[in-house]
Design a protein around this ligand. Sequence first.
Ligand code: DGJ
Length: 732
Amino acid sequence: MVSSPAVCHLRAGGVSLVLDLARSLPRIVHWGADLGELSDPQLQQLVLGSYRQTVANQPDRTPWVSVLPENSQGWVGTPGLEGHRGGRHFSTQFATTGIRRDTDPDGTERVTTQAADAVAGLGLELSLELLPSGLARLRVGLTNLAADPYTLNGLLLAWPLPQQAQEVLDFTGKHGRERAPQRHPLTHGTYLREGRHGRTGTDATLLLLAGEAGFGFRQGAVWGIHAAWSGNHRMLVERGSGTETILAGGELLLPGEIELGPGETYASPWLYASYGQGLDELSARFHHFVRATRPPEIRPVTGNCWEAVYFDHRLDRLTELADAFAEVGVERFVLDDGWFRHRRDDHAGLGDWYVDETVWPGGLHPLVDHVRGLGLEFGLWVEPEMINVDSDLARAHPEWILAPGDRLPLEWRHQQVLNVGHPAAWSYLFERLDALITEYDLTYLKWDHNRDLLEPGSQLTGRAGVHAQTLAVYRLIDELKAAHPRLQIESCSAGGGRADLAILGRTDRVWTSDCTDAHERQVIQRYTGLIIPPELLGAHISADPNHQTWRRLTLAMRAATAMFGDLGVEWNVARLDADERRELAEWIATYKQWRPLLHGGTVVRLDHPDPAVCAHGVVAADGHAGLFLVTLAETSVYGPPGLLRLGGLSPHASYRLEPLPATRRVVAAWPGTPPPWWEPGLTLSGQGLMQYGFQLPDVPPDTPLLFAVTRVDGGPGRRPTSDTTINKGELP
Ligand code: DGJ
């Protein structure tokens, strides 16, 4: 227990959290840069200095803005808790009944607060954690302590923003263009982003961020939140006329969706919060967390047949494709949409999760055996939450469709949504998926979800069902994985429509976007990658011209872009001539050579004064090497584009900078003389490369420049150490 009046100082990964627990629910006094070791009196002084005076025409007691802001504490912004009991108890005043602080063996710091409002008949348990990387998270369990039902309308948790946060960054998007950034000044009022798609959403703001004016990837303090929830959600940034500013988020509840019976508890999703000096630092905290939750592994190169054959499933074509995939270095074959009963196009069959006997008279075995015979893994596409009205399942169980009751929702890609919250529908899905996984010994499912949930009512209860649907899908995945521990799942939702930390906590890869155009992918991967590390972002080399945009790009550009994700091929490689196959195989071999570094290192995105320059890379965790990719999104207004300053290197180490051979070939083919350093390469200190940089060659847009940096002064991640020192057996 923490003594009262209580102040808590949590520190981890360069971040400090100071909590004031004195008056009511925890108030976060400071969330940001590490404040160093502070004695109790120093902490008390810090908190004392945070209290502001009361000015004219304000409550006589200073507002107390806790992590669940309450009107009863003088907060007149968006309330943390909204609900009522038959119209009463619309406002709460929670009193803390217990506070516990503990530390996990991995260094996670946790403060758990119990509180109750005896009049409103509500109790809550708030968990605040600071993880070893400096990533923080908050969640709450709200319990109805009274004998009559409590209707919960909404619950938002809040993180405070300091006054120097002056600019907001969030994301929008659509199918094929996920995570498009948008920035604007942080003004007074509420900036609200809601996701009402019944899934995370292609336009969802993965993060809602605010920072110092002009913050970038490598500079400027920035704070951001992420709601780990795959259903409806709300995120807001709010600044009132006092200095208080909050970033808040949580689940968005539809009318009547949650009614807590006596003793029932609503568990909120985790609301993650990350701070950084620049977006890269903020992002690295997420990557550290995501990586820490899964065992390291070599991720196989995927060959997906979707853009190669679409619905045209024929054993001979697919075995031929598998042969070609194997020849170029693919390590996993994924059979996409089109293999199950009645699924000859996208109008029918969803829900009928039996192998189609007309197309596959011997089941999938001949293909699976062939693929495995080539030494490749086999994976299968499914879309369990969906149902076509033209399916045996819908004919047998029309009551399993999510619908408001008296009508079916609008169709979307000719399909409806199955009510996975319906116990019988859930059991049907579990039985079917379990049977398929068992029969074909599947270790990989691509789990798709191609539409929004419109009018998502349960025909069983008549109530809105997104909350129940989301939890039921989580349970379905969890139980399938428990039954099949080797199973990996790719989260796809018409591309990146379900990319969040809750789905990622139970899946193993995200299909970043249906847009495989490498030019567009520069931005999509860059921003989806803010919370998801590169090895979990599916990035496929596809056909030229591109199927989504008809843009023509070289294989070099397509491959170099895919290298910075979880590389795959989604292209009819069987139709390529020998030269094209050889070139593709060379790229895949280069990727495999760099894969351990790319999939475990620190992601670096570079700020450049010319917005046309798109530059990023990955540096090994110990700083011994890195790989950077530079492209121009359009012609630079400068000629040549100018100096590029790298990031993420050890400042005192000496590095060799060289273009990869493929980059040398590309630049040699372009008229003009490259900069003088080009042929010999450069040997420079990390500091020199990061503070001064080097001249980029002038190349056309979408020409990939790949640079390797390798430490040449001896020890990885260390300052230069003389041989004598090492021989003396001293620790470097
Ligand atoms: C949408 C996915 O994003 C695609 O990759 C593909 O799997 C199709 N669905 C299949 O219907």
